[in-house]
Design a protein around this ligand. Sequence first.
Ligand code: ATP
Ligand code: MG
Length: 422
Amino acid sequence: MRYSKLFGKTTRQDPRDEASVNAKLLIRGGFVRKEVAGVYNFLPLGLRVLNKIANIVREEMNAAGGQEVLLSALQNRESWQKTGRWKDLDVLFKVPSQYKTEYALGPTHEEVLVPVVKNFVSSYRDLPLYLYQIQNKFRDEPRAKAGLLRGREFLMKDLYSFHANEKDMLSYYEKMKKSYKIVFSRLGLEAIETKAAGGTFSRESHEYQVICQSGEDEIVYCPGGDYSENVEIATAKDGQQCILGHGPLKKVKTIEVGNIFPLKDKYSKAFNLTFKHKDGRDKLVMMGCYGIGISRLMGAIVEVYHDEHGIIWPKPVAPFDVHLVHIEDPGTESWVKETYEKLTKAGIDVLWDDREDARLDSRQSRQVSAGEKFADCDLIGIPVRLVVSKKVGRGKVEYKERDKAESNVLQLDDLVKRLNLL
Ligand code: ATP
Ligand code: MG
């Protein structure tokens, strides 16, 4: 991709109306633009990252037997009245229609999915069943000042599991815990599994918390890895000794990136979702639900991986594999093109900064220096920067990783091998 053609460009100035690091860097880098507080538009660079996160989640949900669906955002008011959440869920958006009806704008999807599943589940043979979607959710959050961390519209993966008994539900719940660990580690994040209250869903749930000073949550956890609880409910205290001898417990700020709930029969009861048991009796279906904040994860990754110059994307979610810069000198014009084509042919995703030093940058009406190009590389945060120049020589590039200070010169063939190993 040629940078000159890319829709969305970098800006030097921090946006005036954003306080969070993730919003500042994502806006300056040309990833997102704010619509209104808590609502963001994703530009091509941003959508690349969001899709990479979503696809990693999708692969792991498929591996856990999930079937993908896409449920409605405009939802039947009566279903929400049936569960009592039309009244009780304070963040619910209610959308009036000119035709004397009102809709719920989906903040979660039990009220939609359970009635749909009721059409197809009647016997124990139809269970278990695992359905998920990756879709925008809407919540009328009181504060939306943390960029992608707290949206009023945001992308979530929600999986719902349906079982013949509680034992089967709990065993899938344990399986999903393992899937979540894999998802977050593939994204380059350490997410601490944390005991928490069940909210409107159930007595207890498990949250996945990423340690980060700018997070809104707080956990008390054992650095040895055998205990973590949200401080809102925790009985243990900061500094208390871990019973397994790992030393003192620590209280830290965190970002909640996922949450799983054993719903049991809460929603199957509300909609009378039953199945015929082997013994001929009708029984309520047991359910679990499992959420991951996809767009929040994008914000969380920026909060965790950045420095004073910009974002440092982990490779699996980076918008491109390499950022290619050309320092112009007469006679070297074809070198950068050769490099771009060779890498692209090898299946490497290249963002090529093809703005030329002597040419006017149409948007800023001024020339772009090599220094500015390097600053943009640091701001955008692609894991590898490559420089083609007379000094480096034909058929070679200067190679530098975003999170390292040193660079070295590589032959193009060696470069392709190195990139494939990363
Ligand atoms: P919070 O406590 O942060 O308000 P929640 O516990 O109400 O979130 P869940 O219903 O558990 O949220 O939603 C599942 C996941 O969706 C969360 O773990 C989080 O990653 C993400 N999420 C929830 N609310 C938002 C939001 N307003 N903006 C972005 N992501 C969100
Ligand atoms: Mg939660």
